[in-house]
Ligand binder design. Structure first.
Ligand code: NAD
Length: 362
């Protein structure tokens, strides 16, 4: 099969880790007979330096005309003093808006080989944890009506509004159920339906959509309980689907229980538009250009791209198995290294994963 991929390496460690993801994709193309047409674009600080803006029209056009976008990371101290809308991160917001990405997928996986990195106790982590948080990305309180009111009995006040329409909840619920169908077939919908009207609508709609997926079991959890259960018994979760603000908080909590930021990929999906795939970490300026960054989050982001944008499940699973095998053989980048580990650099780790993909398929 043939796919166009827009590749945006970005700043800091972005180019180093994306190079490794691209190499693994080339290996997959070679083994499975696909054609990945990878075209690079400028975004973030490097783009500000070259053409004065974080997301040039040309880059957005490139992304829109591709089947998927693979992004490294943007930002760094060099551009920190610029005004908000001129900063590298503004490019990211522009890209998300331009591609109308409404679903954010954040897996939180604790690999057996890395379970010591988790801040959770071994008897809680057991043999590993594998949760997918599906966060609604374009609605809710971050986009609802807000303002300030002067002159009330208590002085000035401010308000933000949580608003969800049936259509918005339906489309994010469908994404969650579709993903659950490819996993362990359990969806936990997180809301605050004991207090919020928007949550009551959310719950009604999720229940209705669940009727289309009789194989998936659905349960509901209040957000305060979900925050607690993620620490107490994370094993119970498969797919968590939730609103923008609750997802913002819970996806960070879920990723922190894995204990290794350099390992976590993410995807943002829209309807009928290219998806955006990127590691959850930033540009790590403290280790940029030193061959120290962990490329696994970027490599796993490429695997998510194969699965969710191209429907190449076997190829995606092959990358994920290769990562597990390399970790099981004791190889680690410095960020995840414990005593006795074989510590390798960014390039070497990428090469090890690519070689493992090859040997898994030979
Ligand atoms: P960061 O994620 O870049 O780094 C936090 C810490 O984790 C650092 O110590 C770093 O060395 C380490 N780290 C991150 N990724 C790693 C990897 N792959 N391998 C090994 N170690 C890794 O977060 P920060 O320091 O808060 O931000 C740095 C810059 O990145 C800022 O300009 C910020 O705005 C930007 N940022 C960008 C994105 C994005 O592009 N999506 C996300 C977050 C932060």
């Amino acid at each position: 099969m043939k796919f166009d991929i827009a590749v945006l390496p970005g700043d800091g460690i972005g180019p180093e880790i994306i190079n490794q993801a691209v190499n693994v994709l080339k290996k997959i193309a070679e083994i499975y007979g696909h054609e990945f047409n990878m075209r690079e674009g400028l975004m973030g600080g490097c783009s500000i330096d070259e053409c004065g803006e974080p997301l040039p029209g040309e880059t957005l056009k490139l992304c829109k005309s591709s089947d998927a976008v693979l992004l490294g990371a943007v930002g760094g101290p060099k551009w920190d003093s610029l005004p908000g809308d001129k900063r590298p991160e503004a490019g990211l917001l522009g890209l998300r808006a331009g591609l109308e990405l409404f679903a954010n997928l954040r897996p939180a996986v604790i690999y057996t080989a890395l379970k010591d990195a988790s801040p959770l106790r071994a008897d809680i982590v057991k043999d590993g944890i594998d949760i997918m948080v599906v966060r609604e990305l374009t609605g809710g309180i971050y986009f609802g009506k807000r303002g300030r009111v002067n002159g009330g009995p208590m002085g000035e006040s401010a308000f933000d509004t949580e608003v969800y329409s049936v259509a918005e909840v339906e489309r994010i619920a469908r994404v969650a159920f579709e993903i659950a169908m490819k996993r362990r077939k359990v969806v936990t919908s997180v809301d605050k339906a004991n207090v919020l009207e928007s949550s009551r609508l959310w719950r009604e709609v999720v229940i209705r959509v669940s009727g289309e997926y009789p194989e998936v079991s659905l349960n509901h959890m209040y957000v305060d309980n979900a925050a607690m259960q993620l620490i107490r018994n994370p094993e119970q979760f498969d797919v968590i689907v939730t609103t923008n603000i609750f997802g913002d908080i819970l996806s960070d909590e879920a990723s922190m229980i894995t204990g290794s930021i350099g390992m976590l990929p993410s995807a943002s999906l829209g309807k009928g538009k290219p998806g955006l795939y990127e590691p959850i970490h930033g540009s790590a300026p403290d280790i940029a250009g030193q061959n120290k960054a962990n490329p696994i989050a970027a490599i796993l982001s490429a695997a998510m791209m194969l699965r969710y944008s191209f429907g190449l499940e076997t190829e995606a699973a092959s990358i994920e198995s290769a990562v597990v095998n390399v970790l099981n053989k004791g190889y680690r980048t410095a960020d995840i290294a414990s005593k006795g580990a074989k510590v390798v650099g960014t390039y070497e780790m990428g090469q090890l994963v690519a070689d493992e993909v090859e040997s898994l398929n030979s």
